[in-house]
Design a protein around this ligand. Structure first.
Ligand code: F3S
Length: 810
């Protein structure tokens, strides 16, 4: 097999395919398409591992449990349903920052986490004991991608093949930093792979990012990833692989690479891949894995990076690291990078304790950055210098530290830096996603009052990767992404428009303190680096990874082939095998929502708190539920999720003149919530469609965004363009993704009836679309965005679950 000149990421794919050719599911054609780099050709291959987090993993396992129930109902052996490849689920998404700023915060938050989520955790424990090849990592152990990086990944697996990891979380790409091909997929696709189906994709373009120069003093890996995100978003890399190479590759540590690979979904790429090299070997050896063995096999397989070899890429983008400046990104999108210090805020409104432009939430959060010792040590050093000058965080700022692995706390403690972070309110609140996933908990009461009473425009600063509207806290004007070092600085300053020229605070004697006075130097950071890379920390941390704390251990469950669906408001038997099969022709559908550009999966299916005034909240209250919890935690209950569909308060539907989850029923033009109106159409037997703009479904791998779409009765989404994972999730739920021209140019108003006609049914088929009402008729065509023949089969079967079950029965 001649892999010469092929990008390393494609070589990994080719090796995988060559090892799994069986002439049926995976064929020589798949291999030829990769080796000859036939961009756009459909290929099938076998991922070697699946990782999940609990928000997406619970519904996935609920689906598997339901498949078992369905097999039993049909008189078949339920234990046919079992993952056949190693599958790991990390419980990291559910912890919320209810308590912060004290040494008890962690214990109290974890206690609350178990109180809120006991029913889900019992289900997960049942799954752990009842399914083969499934490992569960209990709460409190860290964040999925950081654990994957520090422990779970082998790079080359026991069969001597390079790992390909799919994960039910978009930031699975982070593992690209360690030379592993990995990306986020919908839970539904992951289910199929776990049950032995190959993963289907197309041969991608590969964009080479040539790294040159050196990161300047005062600039962090976070600044680098924000720069790359902006650059590649502008370039346009959606659906493509990004592979890093160049003379500066060797200067980036694995953690720097992981930070950059993490944000691949934000720059739009399928993967951000760093080939295996000496840095990989060093990191594996340091973290208790056999780097030298990996090197030997990688060299034999031809996937060990060789700077002298000329690789052909589809296109090359050059990045001179020395040109990157300190930055942050926001207030609404991760690619809205601004130079640090350039923001100007007019202070028009004043409340009792805050005014416009104040920072009220500062969170060191997210696997993106807490996995990176450079910025974590940097944050600690800045905190030390600030505290020694007598500075403190502003009292109206909710501060938190939620590392993705307890290793971080060990090295911060050893370095003597943790007490300084704590003095500024950055006590550990949890080892999980917390603020990054929207579980920041409530703001300080008086702050909330000021925002509500005076309409103050306040901000959050987080060291995460996403800041879509409403994600972190719907009361905020916006959220900025920045390095953990800047997060601490913002907490001290208490305002968002700080810069290098003006003081960020005054010491107790009234002397101004400038950011440059307390900024950590690279030399200072490096003086602690050996502590952060102490192999003992990693080995001792991970020796007990599958054992939970006493809260977890005392959950008592009995393994059984079929799940005994309890009376629960968290885990409810889903209706997937009861719903009608997919009918692809659509006649006289109504437009449920008329939407703009960049509709995110947060807009479609929010993850945050359930409001008591919402349809979902009222439903739960009617059942006597006291703790409404979050949508993320309720994803095992379709009744709650469907009521939360398109209920994000920041969602703008052009059919109504306000934000929020409202729409109009036609023809009577009655307004109601999206759920109410959709159910009314359902009763009337009227199919529904959504019409939207560009980048529909950006954000996460959340398959609930597609599931609620299907449950609401939406048969097709007509959009200018789709984001990769959400598009495939729609297909997996039997919903047609159809690309159309800009509806604004077509003159669509939203009150039309919509019919969709097919002449053939193939990947990329053109379809005829007619929008009509008494006054006008618009005829146009669209492209069915089913990318592969298998996806067409999913659509015909009414979704992937029915497709897989039927195959299993045959
Ligand atoms: Fe969690 Fe945010 Fe990472 S949601 S998995 S911390 S990107």
């Amino acid at each position: 097999m001649d892999l010469k000149n092929l990008p390393y990421s494609l070589r990994v794919l080719a090796i995988n395919v060559s090892k799994h050719i069986d002439g049926e599911k995976i064929t020589q054609d798949d291999l030829d398409a990769i080796i000859n780099w036939k961009v756009g050709n459909e290929i099938s291959f076998m991922p070697t591992r699946v990782i999940m987090q609990d928000y997406t993993g619970v519904p996935l396992l609920v689906d598997l449990a339901e498949m078992r129930s369905e097999l039993a109902r049909r008189g078949l052996n339920p234990e046919k349903v079992n993952p056949i490849i190693q599958s790991d689920l990390v419980i990291d998404h559910s912890i919320q920052v209810d308590y912060y700023g004290t040494s008890y915060s962690l214990t109290l938050n974890m206690k609350k986490e178990f109180e809120r989520n006991e029913e889900r955790y019992k289900f997960l424990k049942w799954a752990q004991r009842s399914f083969k090849n499934l490992r569960i990592i209990p709460p409190g152990k860290g964040i999925i991608h950081q654990i994957n990086l520090e422990y779970l990944s082998k790079v080359i697996n026991d069969n001597n093949e390079p790992e390909i990891v799919i994960g039910t979380d978009s930031h699975t790409t982070m593992i690209g930093g360690l030379g592993i091909l990995g990306w986020g997929v919908g839970g539904l696709e992951a289910e199929a792979v776990m049950l032995g189906e190959p993963y289907h994709s197309i041969v991608p373009e590969v964009i080479g990012v040539k790294l040159e120069g050196e990161i300047r003093e005062g600039v962090t890996p976070t600044d680098v990833v924000l720069y790359i995100t902006e650059l590649l978003r502008k370039k346009g890399v959606v659906g493509k692989y990004v592979e890093f190479f160049g003379s500066s590759l060797s200067k980036l540590t694995i953690q720097d690479r992981a930070t950059i690979a993490n944000m691949a979904p934000e720059y739009g790429a399928t993967v951000g891949y760093f080939p295996i090299d000496e840095q990989t070997v060093k990191y594996l050896n340091l973290t208790g894995r056999d780097g030298d063995k990996v090197k030997k096999i990688a060299m034999e397989l031809g996937i060990f990076y060789n700077e002298r070899e000329e690789i052909k890429y589809s296109d090359v983008v050059e990045v001179n690291l020395s040109e990157i400046e300190p930055s942050m990104a926001g207030p609404k999108n991760p690619d809205e990078r601004i130079k640090f210090g350039s923001l100007k805020i007019e202070r028009k409104k004043k409340g009792n304790i805050i005014q416009d432009g104040d920072v009220v939430l500062a969170a060191i959060t997210s696997c993106t950055n807490t996995s990176n010792p450079t910025v974590m040590l940097g944050a600690g050093i800045l905190a030390k210098k600030a505290v020694e000058l007598g500075l403190r965080s502003k009292p109206y700022v909710k501060t938190s530290l939620a590392p993705g692995s307890p290793v971080v706390v060990k090295y911060l403690k050893d370095a003597g830096l943790l007490p300084y972070l704590e003095a500024l309110g950055f006590h550990v609140v949890g080892f999980g996603c917390t603020t990054c996933i929207g579980n920041a908990g409530p703001l300080i009461k008086e702050v909330e009052n000021d925002i509500k009473t005076y309409g103050i425009e306040a901000y959050a600063v987080i060291s995460g990767n996403r800041n879509f509207e409403g994600r972190i806290n719907p009361l905020l004007k916006g959220t900025f992404l920045a390095s953990p070092i800047l997060v601490v600085a913002f907490a001290i300053a208490g305002r968002i428009d700080i810069n290098y020229e003006e003081p960020i605070a005054f010491d107790p004697n009234g002397k101004p303190v400038y950011l440059r006075d307390i900024w950590p130097t690279l030399e200072e950071i490096n003086s602690y680096m050996n502590l952060a890379m102490n192999p003992e920390y990693y080995i001792s941390q991970y020796s007990t990874i599958f054992k939970g704390d006493e809260n977890w251990e005392k959950l008592s469950v009995t393994p059984s082939p079929i799940y005994d669906w309890p009376k629960s408001t968290y885990i409810v038997e889903p209706p997937w095998f009861k719903e009608e099969d997919g009918k692809l022709e659509i006649k006289k559908a109504r437009i449920l929502l008329l939407l703009g550009d960049k509709i995110t999966t947060d807009h479609i299916s929010p993850a945050g708190p359930i409001s008591p005034d919402s349809d979902a909240g009222k439903y739960l209250l009617s059942l006597g539920v006291k703790e409404l919890n979050t949508f993320g935690a309720r994803r095992g209950n379709h009744e709650v999720m469907i009521r939360g569909g398109f209920s994000n308060p920041k969602l703008k539907n052009y059919l109504v003149n306000k934000e929020g989850g409202y729409t109009i029923h036609f023809p009577d033009k009655r307004e109601g919530t999206v759920y109410e109106i959709a159910m009314e159409y359902k009763k009337e037997g009227i199919p529904l469609v959504i019409v939207a703009g560009k980048q529909y479904g950006s954000g996460s791998s959340r398959d609930w965004a597609a599931k609620v779409t299907a449950l609401l009765g939406i048969k097709a989404v007509l959009a200018e363009s789709f984001e990769r994972i959400h598009r495939s999730n729609l297909v997996a739920m039997g919903v047609l993704p159809i690309e159309i021209e800009d509806w604004r140019k077509l003159g669509i108003k939203g009150d039309e009836l919509v019919s969709i006609e097919f002449t053939d049914l193939n990947p990329g088929s053109r379809v005829k679309i007619i929008f009509e009402n008494n006054e006008r008729k618009v005829e146009t065509s669209g492209v069915l965005r089913a990318n592969t023949k298998t996806e067409i089969e999913y659509l015909k079967s009414g979704g992937i679950l029915k497709y897989v079950l039927e195959k299993m029965i045959k």
